[in-house]
Design a protein around this ligand. Sequence first.
Ligand code: AMP
Ligand code: GLY
Length: 420
Amino acid sequence: MNILVIGSGAREHALAWKLAQSPLATGLFCAPGNAGTAQLAENVPISAEDVPRLAEWAQARGIDLTVVGPESPLTAGIVDVFQARGLRVFGPSKAAAAIEGSKVWAKELMWRYGIPTASGAVFASYDEARRYLAAQSGPIVVKADGLAAGKGVIVAQTQAEAQAALSQIMQQRAFGAAGDRVVIEECLAGLEVSLLALTDGAAVRPMAPACDYKRVYDGDRGPNTGGMGSYCPPGFVTEAMVEQITARVLEPAVRAMAAEGIIYRGVLYAGLMLTHEGPKVLEFNARFGDPETQVILPRLDNDLVALALACIDGTLHKETLRWHEGACCGVVLASGGYPGSYRTGFPILGLDALDADGLVFHAGTRLEEGRAVTAGGRVLTVAAKGRTMEEARARAYDNAARVCFEGVHYRRDIAEREVG
Ligand code: AMP
Ligand code: GLY
């Protein structure tokens, strides 16, 4: 089969790496890809956002399976466009991707169907939202409705902070039309975990749970980023909890959408807070998580091509996911200045000095005269497996220390809480 991966991050490199291991994969392409995907696939210079050109190219090139990484082509309807051309594509339709594309829609779906989540309210009017906020006390969370590159959620500690966030979203329109509506919700406390599931619209198969780190500095300080590291599995998430989240969150969400006439196929990602009242949904995503994918897929024993086809064909009930024992830890190496402004084009050294079983997934990299240079804020995820988290973590950091580019920085505390 000719397989196309859409996207250019470390998540997509990890997807391409896993798909390439399938005996079903005879040709592998990545659009637009990066210097890492170029080593195992043919990069196609078409943007992940350019849905019409991607569809045209996939048809002309005879692509048999497309796997979509990022959210924006999904919410733009890439799956519908590919399907209309008779192309097989892994991911939710435009209507189903609204579970990520509209926080208001996702929230109202959860409230309607009793899926555990923070309580709160939805507003389309700035004045009403402002008055509601004024009547609240303590920490509170303000969320822009639409996609805002991970920046549309403000966990406000004070009334003043919350009002400033609301004004930024709805009056100054910091995220454009994504801020036409807001969700204002209670602030939940607890440990966070990501549970991703494969689904064909009926069967739901949870993957191994994972944790990610969104803040730029150790100890969860500093601004939010696209993700600075991850590990799988967290010791504080038991198998019984995975079953509970599947039964109370993931399956009900898929059934709720089906009840509304929307068949959800692909990966459904639940970001959860484990509160003293049980797990509650912080957000749903319509895709694989980044950087969770980089530590989940190395532990997956199944053929990912076969699983993707089962989701598309509605035969996932026949599949059982199998996981390698042990753990995986991933550290994101970022450009100096990220998540603020940063320079690119610096040579990346030491990639040939990694352990043979060390994993490096490229994100913001490109080839310049045959060498990898930096080309983005998050540059690489360096990951490693181990029999224990302690071993995985030690190996990941050992390998990360051998990679070097000007200005490189990374968190030193990924998975630390597991080994303390
Ligand atoms: P989201 O994009 O909705 O996952 O929000 C980004 C981050 O904001 C989450 O990973 C949480 O750390 C935090 N967050 C979101 N909603 C809440 C909430 N209701 N209470 C506490 N923290 C939250
Ligand atoms: N790791 C968070 C996300 O993929 O949205």
